[in-house]
Ligand binder design. Structure first.
Ligand code: ADP
Ligand code: MG
Length: 332
């Protein structure tokens, strides 16, 4: 199977209706996209490297899902509606079964978000998946990291920490196995789901984007709650206080020793939840939006004038935790 046959067989889909915004898809030198009148284009790229972002031999269907999910999550965090994406793929070999499963996972999520694959590049090499996603939004609607204001409420969609716990169980971390048992991943299938098949929050992000004015800053959580919140705090020159008692805790995390539970919750990584700030006047509107898109949203703290992040327990005492966010060029 040659390069063009591979593309035709696995990535060019005949008979699947394309959205009107896709004027020209795979097959020419460029794809052509038509944004809605008066809209801006939002663009984001995320790369997944074998051995770095996923274990060799991971389920290719889940990998197809995750490669697009992490990109859609960036659009969600900006409040942009997906228009389409490109896929740059380096493959060690043209493995039919692998490609079929990868494409299944990829297109199931793409179809669910009406986000067509419009082009890409294919080459032989160590397994590497790079997706660029494009979306649209109205000028002024983007939820930028620098827009948080002192006095804002701080909100989290869903809950954090399960992906990290799954990763630690797969790595065989002693504390995780001791707390949950050797068959933890079998008894808690949701943990692996959260790691390998994250749900990007585009329904929520799109609706929050429409509330700009009241909703200020947003970010999607890829590197851990505390670290990613730090990006908002730095860009906005503000601080924040998180009320630990307000953070939703998954059942499996409740059984961890406190230090590890805090690390999963606050510095877990791979959560792909949205963290956002909004003026207190927007509380009812945010509850309504969360209801409308069926995504749980919790008010977990507030933005403060005083710089830095404080995490406090139910009686207001500061809590310390291992706060290292993930950085590819620091540490191990
Ligand atoms: P070019 O040499 O002009 O860059 P290619 O020969 O690389 O074009 O690709 C041919 C067509 O197939 C282009 O439209 C390109 O966007 C598309 N394509 C290549 N690889 C992929 C892929 N992995 N997924 C989707 N489309 C792809
Ligand atoms: Mg090319």
């Amino acid at each position: 199977m040659g390069e063009f046959e591979l593309i035709r067989r696995h990535f060019q889909r005949a008979g699947v209706p394309a959205p009107a915004s896709m004027v020209l898809g795979i097959g020419d030198d460029c794809a052509l996209l038509q944004p809605s009148p008066g809209h801006q284009i939002a663009v984001s790229t995320d790369m997944l490297v074998e051995g770095r972002h996923f274990f060799p031999g991971v389920d290719p269907e889940a990998l197809g899902h995750k490669a697009l999910a992490v990109n859609l999550s960036d659009l969600a965090a900006m409040g942009a509606r997906p228009l389409g994406f490109t896929l740059a793929l380096a493959l060690p070999e043209a493995d039919e079964a692998w490609l079929g499963a990868f494409a299944r996972g990829l297109f199931a999520l793409a179809d669910a978000h009406a986000c067509p694959l419009v082009g890409g590049d294919t080459t032989r090499g160590p397994l590497n998946i790079c997706i660029t996603v494009m979306g649209e939004l109205r000028p002024g609607q983007a939820m930028r990291r620098g827009a948080a204001q002192a006095g804002d409420d701080l909100y989290l969609s869903g809950r954090t920490g399960e992906a990290r716990l799954a990763l630690e169980l797969l790595r065989g971390a002693d504390w995780a196995l001791a707390a949950l048992g050797g068959d933890a991943l079998a008894r808690h299938p949701e943990l692996r789901q959260r790691l390998e098949r994250p749900t990007p929050r585009n329904g929520l992000g799109g609706l929050l984007g429409v509330l700009t004015g009241a909703v200020h800053a947003a970010i999607d959580l890829s590197d851990g709650l505390a670290g990613d919140l730090g990006h908002i705090l730095q860009a906005s020159a503000v601080g924040a206080e998180i009320a630990l008692a307000e953070l939703p805790v998954a059942p499996a995390l409740q059984r961890l020793p406190e230090a590890q539970r805090l690390e999963c919750l606050l510095a877990g990584g791979d959560d792909y939840e949205l963290l956002f700030t909004a003026a207190p006047i927007a509380r009812a509107a945010i509850d309504a939006v969360a209801q409308a898109c069926g995504t749980p949203v919790t008010r977990i703290g507030r933005i403060t004038q005083a710089p830095g992040l404080r995490v406090v327990d139910a009686s207001g005492r500061p809590v310390t935790f291992a706060a290292r966010g993930f950085d590819h060029f620091q540490g191990a």
